[in-house]
Write a protein that binds this ligand. Structure first.
Ligand SMILES: Nc1ncnc2c1ncn2[C@@H]1O[C@H](COP(=O)(O)OP(=O)(O)OP(=O)(O)O)[C@@H](O)[C@H]1O
Ligand SMILES: [Mg+2]
Length: 166
């Protein structure tokens, strides 16, 4: 497994959030792998950050390390891609091209509500009301040529996962 070179920093609120510096793409991927290692139940993760912040890089690493064997495409055009992450259903959404959450109705997103599912959503604010609520939110930002990341727990399930994250 890739060693994570991201530096740990105490988050502003250590009960609900943790922060990292991600100097390069390998560090982004390594954090995704670490999160996958800590997963032992379903998860809804919202991925926030501007264009090019590393949301897909993180999602690819997380899905790959969760047991998705096939190539992980960017869902920029398809909006949603479905996978099997071992025994767990996994969904990767990119809602950048959605102007109104109502546009998501035809996608039949009921499957996302399976409590066992791993659900990763880029640009989740564009699907507000049509998505299951987040357990955990990742905030990526540009910083010093690399990126900064904050993981924030929203639900008890998200908080348990954050606590298990090594
Ligand atoms: N920590 C990092 N430092 C520098 N570059 C990074 C880092 N993490 C990812 N990148 C690079 O940033 C670029 C954009 O990554 P990615 O496509 O994952 O962004 P995104 O947030 O999904 O963008 P979009 O909003 O367009 O979907 C890629 O070239 C990737 O290699
Ligand atoms: Mg992306």
């Amino acid at each position: 497994m890739t060693e994570c070179r991201a530096a740990d920093h105490p988050a502003p609120d250590s009960d609900a959030g943790r922060a990292w510096n991600l100097p390069d793409e390998a560090a982004t991927a390594a954090l995704g792998v670490r999160l996958a290692s800590a997963l032992d139940e379903g998860l809804v993760l919202y991925l926030h950050g501007p264009l090019g912040a590393g949301k897909t890089s993180f999602a690819r690493a997380l899905l790959g390390a969760s047991g998705v064997g096939e190539r992980i495409k960017s869902p920029t055009y398809s909006l949603v891609e479905g996978y099997a992450a071992g025994a767990r259903p996994a969904w990767h959404l990119d809602l950048y091209r959605i102007a109104d959450p109502g546009e998501l109705e035809w996608l039949g997103l009921d499957a996302l509500s399976d409590p066992a599912a791993l659900v990763l959503v880029e640009w989740p604010e564009r699907g507000r009301g049509a998505l299951p609520p987040a357990d955990l939110e990742l905030h990526l930002a540009y910083a010093d040529g690399g990126r900064s990341a904050v993981l924030q727990a929203i639900t008890p399930r998200g908080a348990r996962l954050l606590q298990r994250l090594r």
